[in-house]
Design a protein around this ligand. Structure first.
Ligand code: SF4
Length: 83
């Protein structure tokens, strides 16, 4: 999955681009955060992570602590869009 670094200035460019509704604003920290249960690195929807494409500060990066295989990301995408 991807994570948003503390450099985030809450510009909100990424939030509407996520096909999984994984991005939300953390009011307390005043930065945007990514829900690990919903981020598929855009697998199943786009060739590239859409949040990374639009972030003007390049502060969205892969999270090495939560690395997932392509199969895991595809399975997550299937679960999220099962309905
Ligand atoms: Fe959403 Fe894709 Fe960014 Fe993950 S990589 S948070 S699925 S836009």
């Amino acid at each position: 999955m991807m994570k948003i670094l503390e450099d985030c200035t809450s510009c909100a460019a990424c939030e509407p681009e996520c096909p999984n509704g994984a991005i939300s604003h953390d009011e307390a920290a005043d930065l945007f955060v990514i829900d690990p249960m919903r981020c598929t690195e855009c697998v199943g929807e786009h060739d590239e992570p859409q949040c990374v494409e639009v972030c003007p500060l390049d502060c969205i990066v892969p999270d090495p602590a939560r690395a997932e295989t392509r199969d895991q990301l595809e399975a997550k995408h299937a679960r999220l869009h099962a309905d």
